[in-house]
Design a protein. Structure first.
Length: 574
């Protein structure tokens, strides 16, 4: 990255092209995760590090460091060694955070297993990266984790704990379960922690002191619409620096308190929340194992949280929660809304009704650790509600056309990112890595524009853009317009095949509680306000949208259902 050649205002495009370079100060950190934890425990030892309200647990920074080191020592006693993979399959619990910092202490690669995974996905993930161990919750919602493991590895019923040899999970040796009940073939986390002694803790700390910030430390699976999930491999250097710059941009400081309803298995929870608190000394507050809007509001109220994270659907649910007005949210001032496009009207309500005048929008992807653009707390309001901010420090970003040429300012194209945050690669996927990362540039697959001041707007996915009769239609633009309708709570726009125009515009809409509307009402709302080719031909009202657990709309699911419902045929691509 040629950051040294950047002008004084490095975040503004140069030569009229959509190419921006982030600031180069302060310099990047070369500290590892355990080094940061040690520094914070030394500086803020007695301050509260984390609160797990559902479990009734509170740890100071010194207690979090010491508990994590006990687990690190216990894992060494079980035979785990630097570079081996340890899976964590759990909702937001204290054990997740312990696993995060314990694995980092001794150089294990933590593998985040999606809490929503079922049998086939679990088998694929554990085998793909060769997990030697797995720390698991007993269950979460409708997912019976222990039963799924017993289905995949019936050998657990008869094996000695820590010595599993399963035909379907050939790499897995040790399963560590949370809770007090005993399960054949599995160790209990409480008994594992008893394996730690002073000598083991000292050994764990010696290992931690010898780690490189460039060591792989984490694998996070990213799910596309086709093919198996890909394991993005991230280093200490990737995620420590991203957490540090995210925290600085959102104005998170020692003494602040961050409410974390987003899942830890995702970069939002692990990096932008947990690790952001670790590099600043702020407190992380977990309302519960999974997202609940009332529990989140109550946590903010009781713990006097200064910051709140969430995806737009979470903020919508909080704003519309029963008894919203009964909660005192006056302690809030900021946070991050990310993970999916933020409707402008939602941002305005968050600014006002939730007192979050410093809330920022962040954009990124797992493969870039994750954030590459973020709005600042002092950015003009119109920029904070209508863009994802400007490029983060030490990163370089450009928008390119189909031929790879950088497009002029204001023109849409694919967003590409280069710099310290780009992943090492997809675990065991050299070809897929080479397709995604070219000459150091991570091709995001997102359509974006960059304006003359360097502010970025995400207008959709490259694959989501539809072409109707030769005209490009960006779903995000139509969605933002439909959000202005007073009855619309949520909306997703996508293309479906059409024999005449190639594609037609379709909108799925969730109405606000108690409201009713017809298709013609929605189309009439659009006419003479947006170009005729952007007006949805098909409108479907639904009670909820198909979403991933991180709040991203699954447009491919909606599209497939509409094609079947309407009896359409896929347009030929060749």
């Amino acid at each position: 990255m040629n950051a040294a050649a950047a002008p004084a205002d490095a975040r503004a495009p140069r030569d009229g092209l959509s190419h921006v370079v982030g600031a180069t100060e302060p310099p990047l950190s070369n500290l590892t995760i355990p080094a940061w934890l040690d520094a914070t425990a030394e500086r803020h030892g007695a301050r509260t590090a984390c609160v797990f309200r559902e479990q009734g647990l509170r740890w100071s920074w010194r207690e979090l460091r010491d508990e994590a080191d006990r687990l690190a020592a216990a894992l060494l006693a079980l035979g785990f060694a630097k570079g081996e993979r340890l899976g964590i399959w759990s909702p937001n619990r204290s054990e997740w955070v312990l696993a995060q910092y314990a694995s980092a202490r001794i150089g294990l690669v933590l593998v985040n297993v999606n809490p929503a995974y079922r049998l086939a996905e679990l088998e694929y993930a554990l085998n793909k990266v060769g997990c030697k161990g797995l720390i698991t919750a007993p269950a979460f919602k409708t997912s019976q984790y222990l039963q799924m493991l017993q289905t995949l590895a019936p050998e657990l019923a008869h094996c000695e704990p820590g010595r599993l040899q399963a035909a379907k999970l050939p790499h897995l040796r040790t399963v560590i379960r949370m809770g007090d009940e005993r399960t054949p073939g599995m160790l209990n986390l409480s008994e594992v922690l008893r394996l730690a002694d002073a000598a083991g803790v000292a050994q764990a700390r010696r290992i931690g002191a010898g780690l490189s910030c460039l060591d792989a430390i984490n694998v996070q699976f990213t799910s596309g619409t086709t093919g198996n999930p890909k394991g993005a491999t991230l280093t200490h250097h990737n995620i420590v620096n991203n957490a540090r710059d995210v925290a600085r941009t959102m104005n998170l400081n020692p003494g602040d308190s961050l409410c974390v309803p987003v899942p830890l298995y995702h970069c939002f929870g692990m990096v932008m929340s947990s690790l952001a608190c670790t590099v600043t000394g702020a407190t992380m507050v977990f309302p519960g194992e999974g997202f609940d809007p009332v529990a989140t509001l109550r946590a903010v109220h009781d713990e006097r949280c200064t910051h709140l994270h969430g995806v737009p659907t979470m903020f919508i649910a909080e704003l519309d929660a029963p008894g919203f007005a009964d909660f005192d949210l006056g302690s809030l001032r900021g946070g991050i809304m990310a993970g999916a496009p933020c409707p402008i009207e939602v941002m305005k309500r968050v600014n006002g009704a939730m007192h979050m005048t410093e809330v920022t929008i962040a954009y990124g992807m797992t493969e870039t650790s994750p954030v590459s653009f973020q709005s600042g707390v002092d950015d003009p309001l119109d920029k904070r509600v209508a863009t994802v901010g400007r490029v983060m420090p030490h990163l370089e970003v450009k928008v390119v056309d189909a031929q790879g040429r950088t497009v002029p300012v204001g023109q849409a194209g694919e967003l590409c990112t280069r710099g310290y945050s780009v992943m090492q690669g997809y675990w065991g996927e050299a070809q897929r890595t080479a397709e995604a990362v070219q000459d150091g540039w991570m091709h995001t697959g997102d359509l974006a524009t960059i304006d003359a001041q360097g502010y970025c707007n995400i207008v959709g996915r490259v694959k989501d853009m539809l072409i109707r009769g030769g005209e490009n239609v960006y779903p995000r633009e139509v969605e933002e317009f439909l959000f202005r309708h007073p009855k619309v709570a949520q909306v997703q726009v996508f293309g479906v095949p059409d024999p005449k125009y190639g594609e037609e515009v379709c909108a799925w809409i969730v109405l606000k509680p108690g409201q009713q509307a017809g298709e013609d009402e929605i189309r009439d709302f659009c006419r003479d306000q947006i170009a005729h080719y952007k007006v949805p031909r098909y409108v479907r009202f639904v009670s909820e949208l198909p979403m991933t657990v991180t709040g991203k709309a699954q447009k491919f699911v909606m599209r497939a259902q509409m094609i079947e419902l309407l009896g359409l045929r896929e347009a030929r691509t060749a």
